[in-house]
Design a protein around this ligand. Sequence first.
Ligand SMILES: [Zn+2]
Length: 227
Amino acid sequence: MARQVSLATQLAQSPSAWNGHIAPLILRAMTDVYITLAWIFQDREKRTDEYVKYGLGQRKLWLEHFKRSLVERGEKEPEKNLFVKALTRQLNAERFEHITEVNVGAWSERSTRKMAEEAGCLDLYRLAYTPFSTAVHSMWTHIAGYNLRRCRNPLHQFHRVPEDSDLEPDIDYVYRAAKYVAKTFALFDRETGVSVETPSSLDQFVESLAHPTGEAQTDSPDPLDDL
Ligand SMILES: [Zn+2]
């Protein structure tokens, strides 16, 4: 949930990223967070454990690859490399260094689609995760839409030419990020029975869009007006 808030906050603070080049990268990560959390909630203890162990296993695997690349570059004692030492210390601190299994598949041993299906959020997968993934994986539809334009020379048979287009910021991307935060908090409340009276950040965001800064609000006069 903290990760979700970080992603939304960073996006909100970066108007230059409110476009189809960058925002989908962040929004896709946010749909991933939601699906993962929803799926963990279905079998909390077992899946939390798998989630942690998979992360540590991947880090350990990366460390082994890194050590091998140091040896290939002529380093005789890779264990003495400062970076290797620091990472090994970090893994040891989690007390998993020597017992961590390296799992090279997906940590849940399921595709994200299957996880979404099992966690009852297949719509989010189909309608948000999938289209945002076209930007993450730089697929044809994304490239054709954002990084190619038609050449206007009719003698060239209207081939496409690469372009790094400047896009106007679109606050709808921030709205979607706020929506995913609210959705994640609602999931948490539902699964844990927590009930909170505080208005959600999504409600506050929508309210602030309806009453932008500087617009007079008749029902709540500014107390500083009298000073
Ligand atoms: Zn041309």
